[in-house]
Ligand binder design. Structure first.
Ligand code: PTJ
Length: 261
């Protein structure tokens, strides 16, 4: 099936392997065609942050871990790209914080639901919400297919983790009084600006770190977790992310490669 061999010594081997994962996800029916475009946009922003987890993202990850640990009914929302890139991590995080896993798609089709369910089950998920007729509740004021949610999952959740998302649903969920934790490489996106906490990082780096922080912070006093949450200012963190892009780009211009040109 057109699998390509990526040599280990290729300077962009890791990046090419991730691309292959998304392409394979598309071929398996899990990833939407538009998911490939969304992934490309993410790659571009990843370049701008230096393809690393920045200090401001690390802070947002800690606050997200606190929110997830303090949640009563957390839900991880899974779309095609998330299933293709981090299925094992979705299952691990779900176990670590007792979160439900719900499939929620912009380009919803039964075929895609089945393909994503298969990937998640292979990764060890035993209970998956949002499949078939189960998504019969709706998010008010939302007109896309994303409005269809599981009454046992996103509808009843107090915290929703939305890795890689489009902004409308985040806005609607926040209006419903839910806390939204977003992971989005684009600090300028509507999702980033409207979420309670935005982790500006690639989901392939953010998920393992989030799982690690949740496991380490589990023993912290609830009061400490609560003060981390109340002291957090998402607009400040996003501003920091944008300034980090600015200083990273300045460093690149100052590097010898571009000097005098
Ligand atoms: O599977 P579906 O049907 O629910 O559709 C999913 C897509 C991704 C197609 C849909 O949600 C969509 O069109 O999303 P957008 O509006 O393109 O937004 C995707 C956002 O995720 C953009 O801001 C990208 O920069 C960002 N992004 C892309 N890849 C990654 C990412 N953020 C973190 N990690 C990534 N790997």
């Amino acid at each position: 099936m057109n699998e390509i061999n990526i040599p280990d010594d290729h300077p962009r081997a890791d990046s090419l392997r991730l691309r292959e994962k998304i392409v394979r996800g598309y071929r398996s029916g899990a990833v939407a065609l538009a998911g490939l475009i969304a992934y490309g946009r993410g790659e571009a922003f990843d370049y701008l942050i230096g393809e690393r987890t920045t200090a401001s993202a690390l802070h947002a990850i800690d606050v997200s871990a606190a929110i997830l640990l303090r949640a009563k009914r957390p839900v991880i929302s899974v779309n095609g790209n998330v299933a293709a890139l981090v299925p094992d991590e979705v299952v691990q995080l779900s176990a670590a914080v007792g979160a439900a896993i719900e499939i929620n798609l912009f380009y919803r089709s039964e075929k895609r639901e089945i393909a994503i369910e298969k990937i998640l089950r292979r990764a060890g998920a035993t209970r998956i919400l949002g499949i078939g007729g189960n998504s019969h509740a709706t998010i008010p004021e939302l007109h896309s297919e994303r409005r269809r949610v599981d009454p046992e999952g996103i509808l009843a959740a107090d915290v929703v983790l939305v890795p890689l998302e489009d902004g409308d649903r985040t806005e609607a969920l926040v209006k419903m009084g839910k806390k939204v934790v977003a992971i989005d490489l684009n600090p300028l996106s509507r999702t980033s600006r409207l979420a309670t906490v935005t982790i500006v990082d690639n989901i392939v780096r953010a998920f393992p770190r989030l799982i690690d922080r949740v496991n380490k912070m589990k023993t912290l006093d609830a009061k400490i977790l609560d003060s981390m949450i109340t002291e957090y200012d998402n607009s400040k963190t996003l501003g920091d992310s944008i300034r980090l892009i600015e200083s990273y780009l300045t460093q690149q211009v100052d590097a010898s490669l571009y000097k005098g040109k």
